[in-house]
Write a protein that binds this ligand. Structure first.
Ligand code: DAH
Length: 344
């Protein structure tokens, strides 16, 4: 056996030894020691063999040299693989997972309490044959006042004289302009519910916010009478607050209804022991028979068609329902409150 054969044999057994040692190294320190031992430039075993090539006859050197390079590449590759495996294991261990902890529930969000009430009101009117309508929050003076039989020199315009934009536009002060927009577009019979935000120059206090939700209702058809008006709203109140709810219509004034009324409800609760509990009268909406002038403004013949309309404030109704004393909390966006009022 000449020198080159013995070197090739030494390389092969070195390869097996080095790969076995590297693949079984159980920690970073052991692995580092193996790198120095086999791959080290100065004292490494492979380097030693490469250095001894000089003692071979020149024609033998390439064969042994390329084999030595192959073994070095193979050991290096195995070393890098082992290194990354040990690194990954070390960093995973550092997180210290506690699998006994309860999971964190995902926050799914929920409907705002005022919108829950809008939905509940809407469901009742839907079952009574109403459809849903809406109008823009930026309105013209025509829709917000004039078409609703409210001339611009009427005192209520002063009260609402607020949030004006250029060119006779303003943020609507009530949802009643939706009445006009719907009647312009659709011939009677009309039965609509139109919820939406409205804006007024109110100083915030426990029962007022300058922006709030309103819910408009309108019925126009042949032969609609005051009886239909009272019966529909009483039916709504009994479905919303319970069958024993009492309803009261107090005379009032709105430019776009004649006659006009404020509608109050009184909840009557019979308890398990037979005793009866009554709430005070609560005002829930303004309402009335549609003024003939409003119908004329949209080209509907008031001799043939009559109707009734109403407007309520879902935030106040939500406050009553949830026992909230200050409606400003509906705008605070505090999830500690909203979470308590969320539907399951
Ligand atoms: N628009 C009135 C307001 O904001 C509420 C209202 C009263 C609406 C009577 C109506 C109605 O439709 O008939 O105060």
């Amino acid at each position: 056996m000449d020198d080159s054969d013995s070197l090739l044999e030494a390389l092969r057994s070195l390869e097996v030894e080095a790969l076995t040692a590297v693949r079984h190294a159980s920690d970073a320190a052991t692995l580092e020691a193996l790198r120095v031992r086999y791959l080290g430039r100065k004292d490494g075993r492979i380097s030693a063999i490469l250095r001894s090539l000089g003692s071979l006859p020149p024609q033998e050197r390439p064969r042994v040299g390329s084999e030595a390079n192959r073994v070095r590449d193979a050991v290096e590759a195995a070393w890098r693989e082992r290194k990354s495996l040990l690194d990954r294991a070390a960093s995973a261990g550092r997180e210290e997972l506690d699998l006994s902890l309860p999971g964190r529930e995902a926050w799914r969000g929920a409907k705002h309490p005022v919108l829950q009430v809008v939905d509940e009101i809407w469901e009742i009117f839907r079952s009574l044959g109403f459809t849903r309508a809406r109008g823009p929050e930026v309105e013209s003076e025509w829709y917000n006042f004039v078409a609703l039989n409210t001339p611009l020199d009427h005192p209520v315009v002063d009260e609402a004289d607020t949030f004006y934009l250029k060119g006779g536009y303003l943020l609507r002060t009530h949802t009643s302009p939706v009445q006009v927009r719907v009647l312009e577009k659709y011939p009677p019979p009309v039965r609509i519910i139109a919820p939406g935000m409205v804006y007024r120059r109110d100083t915030p206090d426990p029962t007022h916010t300058p922006a709030f939700m309103q819910l408009e209702g309108l019925v126009v058809d042949e032969g609609i009478s005051f009886v239909d008006f009272k019966a529909t709203l009483a039916e709504f109140a009994r479905r919303f607050w319970g069958p024993e709810t009492r309803v009261r219509f107090r005379p009032s004034f709105f430019p776009f209804t004649e006659p006009s009324a404020e509608v109050d409800v009184k909840r009557v609760v019979t308890k398990a022991d037979g005793s009866v509990e009554e709430t005070p009268w609560l005002e829930i909406m303004g309402a009335g028979m549609v003024d003939p002038a409003v119908l004329e403004n949209v080209g509907i013949d008031p001799e043939r068609y009559t109707g009734f309309a109403f407007g309520m404030g879902p935030a106040r109704i939500a406050a009553l329902k949830f026992g909230i004393k200050d409606i400003r909390v509906f705008f605070d966006n505090d999830v500690r409150l909203l979470g308590q009022l969320a539907l399951p």
